[in-house]
Design a protein around this ligand. Structure first.
Ligand code: AP5
Ligand code: MG
Length: 246
């Protein structure tokens, strides 16, 4: 109990000083774009929600936007479904317009947290071209070995309404199959079957890993996060990473 309280006090201090400093030291006219990198199951969605609340930037997940389109049976949803069901990347022409249109919403005026985008160097270049000089990017790279990822994804449950992820063993909801946050029903994603997860991991290593070099070459943009630790520790590390100046 005391340890937990202490951890939250420490995190509060980091929030009030470090992250505040890091964000305000940059030109206030610049948008802050936080890019969450890492393989499927690394914890991008898990941390994006709480981070969004803490720093008041909207969380935009391209995967969630696609799943919403599939659920609503839109033309875009019909086009992307087969790619997602096979664990493949959706072609850029279907990703870029959707995402850049979402980023035009007034809630993104100070920036946003991008979860699942960019996923290839060509998407990263398209993002740079879209942003021009009016933003700064901080890329957080969540590192976890593949064996841990399979175990995480095979036990994942997601809220149909607010999209909050849970885990049957590591992070169960208080009431079975009901979201603690909004009371929505929990479900397992279609692409979380083991054979599709293995394909997603293969695609990640081939197509998304080069992104890490892309951001590493740009001064101060890449921050590494050891995402094997407990959820609470990872979140504290995210806050520390965001508070560092380079
Ligand atoms: P997307 O929805 O982005 O899926 P993904 O990248 O495969 O990532 P996940 O959502 O599986 O992982 P996560 O890191 O969010 O893990 P989570 O936090 O939930 O994309 C899906 C598909 O859409 C793609 O395959 C592609 O087809 C398409 N797509 C999307 N964007 C695209 C783009 N830009 N270009 C082209 N195609 C695109 O955590 C996982 C589990 O682990 C949870 O159960 C959680 O509770 C648990 N957990 C998390 N952290 C911990 C911890 N520290 N300890 C223990 N358990 C933990
Ligand atoms: Mg996710």
């Amino acid at each position: 109990m005391f340890r937990k309280l202490f951890a939250w006090v420490v995190m509060g201090c980091i929030m009030l000083t470090g992250v505040g400093n890091a964000m305000s030291q940059s030109n206030p006219k610049l948008m802050t774009i936080i890019v969450l990198l890492g393989p499927p199951g690394a914890g991008k969605g898990t941390h994006a929600g709480p981070l969004s609340e803490h720093i008041s930037l909207p969380h935009i997940s391209t995967g969630d936007l696609f799943r919403e389109n599939i659920r609503n049976n839109t033309v875009l949803g019909q086009k992307v479904k087969s790619f997602m069901d096979q664990g493949k990347l959706v072609p850029d022409e279907l990703v870029l317009d959707m995402l850049f249109q979402r980023m035009e919403n007034p809630d993104c005026v100070r920036g946003c947290i991008l979860d699942g985008f960019p996923r290839t160097v060509s998407q990263a270049k398209a993002l740079d071209a879209k942003l021009g000089k009016k933003s700064r990017i901080i890329a957080l790279n969540f590192n976890v070995p593949d064996a841990v990822l399979i175990e995480r994804i095979s036990g994942r449950l997601i809220c149909k309404e607010c999209k909050k992820p849970y885990h049957k063993r590591f992070d169960p909801p208080r009431q079975a199959n009901v979201c603690d946050a909004c009371g929505g029903a929990l479900y397992s994603r279609d692409d979380d079957q083991e054979n599709i997860v293995r394909k997603r991991l293969e695609v990640y290593h081939e197509e998304s890993q080069p992104l890490i070099d892309y951001y590493a070459k740009r001064k101060g943009e890449l921050r590494e996060i050891d995402s094997q630790n407990s959820k609470e520790q990872v979140f504290r590390d995210v806050m520390i990473a965001l508070s560092s100046k380079d």
